[in-house]
Design a binder for this molecule. Structure first.
Ligand SMILES: [Zn+2]
Length: 166
């Protein structure tokens, strides 16, 4: 597969490197939202954060935070966003997972926002109960044969999401 980010890792495609270790690479974004906008990604081709080792997710977040802190100070920004998108619907446009860190300035052109939707009290309760239900099911699975159906199947207004993201 011809993946731009794998080619950056191998050096086939040049990049503006900020940080590199055995597992991760951080480079300046060439289509930045603001000066100092950089991306962090695993060297291994991993499509989604959910597919990464839990411990490595922590390391990735630390890299993003530490470099973000330095970058914010360097460009004299007033804050920063850490943005990760899983799935096309969420805005993922690359097959290789990556995390954006974007320094923020007052009145800049970066737009990360949503309109709040109405969620009923009943739905909140169902979500909480279904969530704890999924935890219990996990425990039960140790003894019983796996069951396809989970509590989320009973939620009326929520479409089942593709399991690959969760
Ligand atoms: Zn890749």
């Amino acid at each position: 597969m011809d993946c731009l980010f794998c080619n950056i890792v191998s050096g086939k495609v040049p990049s503006l490197k900020l940080f590199e270790d055995d597992l991760f690479l951080a480079i300046l974004d060439i289509k930045p939202g603001n000066p100092g906008h950089f991306i962090v990604f695993p060297k291994k081709h991993i499509p989604f954060l959910t597919e990464m080792e839990p411990k490595q997710r922590g390391v990735l977040f630390n890299i993003a935070t530490e470099i973000g802190k330095r970058m914010v100070s360097m460009v004299e920004a007033e804050g920063f966003n850490i943005v990760y998108s899983a799935g096309t619907v969420a805005g993922q446009i690359t097959p290789h997972m990556l995390v954006h860190v974007i320094p923020r300035f007052k009145d800049d052109k970066v737009d990360i926002k949503w309109e709040p939707v109405q969620v009923s009290e009943e739905m909140y309760k169902k979500l909480i109960s279904a969530f704890s239900g999924t935890e219990e099911k996990k425990e039960e699975k140790k003894e019983e044969p796996p069951e396809e159906k989970n509590e989320f199947d009973e939620l009326p207004q929520i479409k089942r999401r593709s399991p690959r993201y969760w």
